[in-house]
Design a protein around this ligand. Structure first.
Ligand code: ADP
Length: 253
């Protein structure tokens, strides 16, 4: 597989340092406080996984980063800048439900945003897309429509599509949870390869604990909108300190 996925460079001030910062971020839905003065940072090139029970606020964090939601309080910085529509372009996301354009062939799904959002020439976009589709094992499916592909293949197109924008941060929201069990491994293998062979920063929500253990530099355990425990995967999975973490891990295993 190809190993080189260049991406937008980080500003001098934060190179190698902090890329994402949540500062006392609070998010409420009606009377429910989903995130409660949340603080965390993700450094350039690191892979951080968010785990925790359903409803603990993990997806809300990704949706805030995509500017699909806005915080009620606190602030979010990406590469040292307050998150807005422009800064948001540094972030790519792969969704649970793939969200491919159903009326476009695979190749066009991947070239569309680089041409229309980044202003790449069609030739450049096609070259980039072909390389990425080859990398995710779909070099032979350029002319297929999404409905002609398995869920696992569609999700691999979605990964290529996100990478085609050369994001600095890749968000992965339970990307295998809509897949038939036999298709999960192929998608996780592609992501493992990307994690291992590129320096892209990843923020990942997953229930696949083996995958989290393999790719993460740091794991954050959430409960009721707060990080109750964080550390390297060996610590969180091998010797969790918090009772809630132990309960959660024994329930998902
Ligand atoms: P997780 O990803 O950890 O399962 P979520 O971030 O999806 O958790 O959700 C956290 C809480 O916020 C849940 O109680 C959920 O029902 C609630 N929630 C999420 N989105 C909305 C929304 N758009 N409107 C109202 N409540 C929401």
């Amino acid at each position: 597989m190809a190993t080189d996925i260049p991406h937008q460079t980080t500003s001098e001030t934060t190179a190698g340092g902090e890329l994402v910062r949540f500062e006392k971020v609070t998010k409420r839905f009606g009377a429910t406080t989903v995130l409660d003065r949340l603080d965390f940072t993700v450094s350039q090139g690191k892979h951080v996984t968010l785990i925790g029970p359903s409803g603990s606020g993990k997806t809300t964090i990704l949706r805030l980063l995509m500017t699909l939601l806005t915080p009620d309080d606190g602030r979010i910085l990406v590469d040292g800048q307050p998150l807005d529509a422009e800064v948001r372009k540094k972030i790519g996301m792969v969704f649970q439900q793939f969200n491919l354009f159903p009326n476009m062939r695979v190749l066009r799904n991947v070239t569309e945003a680089p041409v229309h959002v980044l202003g790449l020439s069609k030739d450049e976009a096609v070259e980039r897309a072909k390389g990425l589709l080859e990398m995710v094992g779909l070099g032979g499916k350029l002319d297929a429509y999404p409905t002609q592909l398995s869920g696992g293949q569609q999700q691999r197109v979605a990964i290529a599509r996100a990478l085609a924008m050369r994001p600095q941060v890749l968000l992965l929201d339970e990307v295998t949870s809509a897949l038939d069990p036999e298709l999960v491994a192929g998608v996780l293998d592609v992501l493992r390869d990307i994690a291992r062979s590129t320096d892209i920063t990843m923020l990942c929500v997953t229930h696949e604990m083996n995958f989290a253990r393999d790719i993460s530099d740091r794991v954050l355990m959430f409960d009721e909108g707060r990080v109750i425990e964080s550390g390297p995967p060996e610590q969180i999975f091998g010797a969790p300190e918090h009772e809630r973490t132990r309960e959660f891990l024994s329930a998902v295993h």
